[in-house]
Design a protein. Structure first.
Length: 130
């Protein structure tokens, strides 16, 4: 296993902090601190730019006050930070496995991609999804 570079350590710490403060808490007040003005959104849930993210976070905060979002594991490769996340927006909703990928540059999150998979109630194995 290769050791992380100092840049990778900074990127991972920064993206983890951003995820914790903005995305797991649905806190729109922290967006400007972590996301570039021209932030590029490739995911399916939010519109482009800081304002698109802000609108999504504000709506999610209202719609899902009991959401539980947890980073299960994280990876970093240069400017890319990847999180494997367990999420449940409301107690009655199914759990989802999410992979969020961010590109960090110039001290801010520049881009985001996501993959979301609703988890089945039963798996054909005993390994779990996480």
């Amino acid at each position: 296993m290769n050791a992380r570079t100092p840049e990778e350590e900074r990127n991972l710490a920064f993206a983890t902090e951003a995820y914790s403060r903005v995305l797991t808490r649905f806190d729109p007040t922290e967006i400007d601190r972590y996301f570039a003005i021209d932030y590029v959104q490739h995911g399916s849930l939010a519109a482009d730019g800081r304002e698109g993210l802000r609108a999504f976070i504000e709506q999610a905060r209202c719609d899902f006050p009991d959401a539980k979002i947890e980073i299960v594991r994280s990876f970093v490769d240069g400017e890319f930070v990847i999180f494997h996340v367990r999420g449940q927006l409301a107690p009655a909703q199914p759990v989802a496995a999410v992979v969020d990928m961010f590109r960090v540059g110039n001290g801010l999150i520049q881009e985001h991609w996501e993959v979301i998979q609703e988890l089945p109630t039963a798996l054909p194995h005993r390994n779990g999804s996480f």
